[in-house]
Design a protein around this ligand. Structure first.
Ligand code: E4P
Length: 221
């Protein structure tokens, strides 16, 4: 399973990439706004610089279009994809988004269909030619629905057909989400920084390491 970092912060990408296990990054307009990059008059340039820095660190960086009509999304897809070969254009799951995904497929532009909340949306995005689809499991859980159940449903459909589209588990909230995504065979998980840094930790690892060091110090003295 590929692991992506869900952030618009380049320092966080550099830190997790240094572990040698990071396969990509997902950004979205809210994450960009959190980093304060959308307030300047030159926000597109700032966003481009951020994306380019990330592209030097990982092989797959999702950059989301902000237009909502086909013509606008198409232009943004052409522009973002011209920045770097590691850019994947993130497109929302709407009818206009499907048209954009289909256009990108025809031009060899990689896409990540975002804001997927149902198996039918997943199916349509795959048929349009999305490289990746992103079902948001945490937001479904927040709404009292079964986020991981949706991933399992989508993986069952994928088992029946020959889609190249990778299923990315988005909106992850806790370490069990990553384990369960692996259990149902999802291709990718995107993980926020605060959750990512918890993954290597275990209390028994810390206790065990301390004991090894204490015992070794006794041998040395
Ligand atoms: C995925 O690409 C999205 O950026 C992200 O996972 C959304 O997560 P959230 O629901 O925590 O905002």
């Amino acid at each position: 399973m590929k692991l992506f970092l869900d952030t618009a912060n380049v320092d966080q990408v550099a830190e997790i990439a240094s572990w040698g296990i990071l396969d990509g990054v997902t950004t979205n307009p809210s994450l960009v706004a959190k980093e304060g990059k959308d307030s300047s008059s030159n926000s597109l340039q700032a966003f481009k610089e951020t994306v380019l820095k990330m592209c030097e660190l990982v092989p797959c960086v999702s950059a989301q279009v902000t237009e909502t009509e086909f013509e606008g999304m198409k232009k943004q897809a052409d522009e973002y994809s011209s920045w770097h070969k590691h850019v994947v254009v993130k497109v929302p799951m709407t009818v206009e988004g499907l048209k954009t995904i289909s256009y990108c497929k025809g031009k060899g532009i990689k896409t990540n269909c975002t804001l997927v909340f149902s198996a039918n949306q997943a199916l349509l995005a795959a048929k349009a030619g999305a490289t990746i689809i992103s079902p948001f499991i945490g937001r479904l859980d927040d709404a009292g629905q079964d986020g991981m159940g949706l991933i399992a449903e989508i993986m069952t459909i994928w088992d029946n057909y020959d889609f190249d589209t990778e299923v990315l588990v988005a909106s992850t909230r806790n370490p069990r989400h990553i384990v369960e995504a692996g259990e149902v065979g999802a291709h990718i998980c995107t993980i926020p920084y605060g959750l990512f840094i918890k993954l290597p930790k275990h209390q028994l690892t810390d206790i065990g390491l301390k004991k090894f060091q204490d015992d070794w110090n006794k041998v040395k003295s």
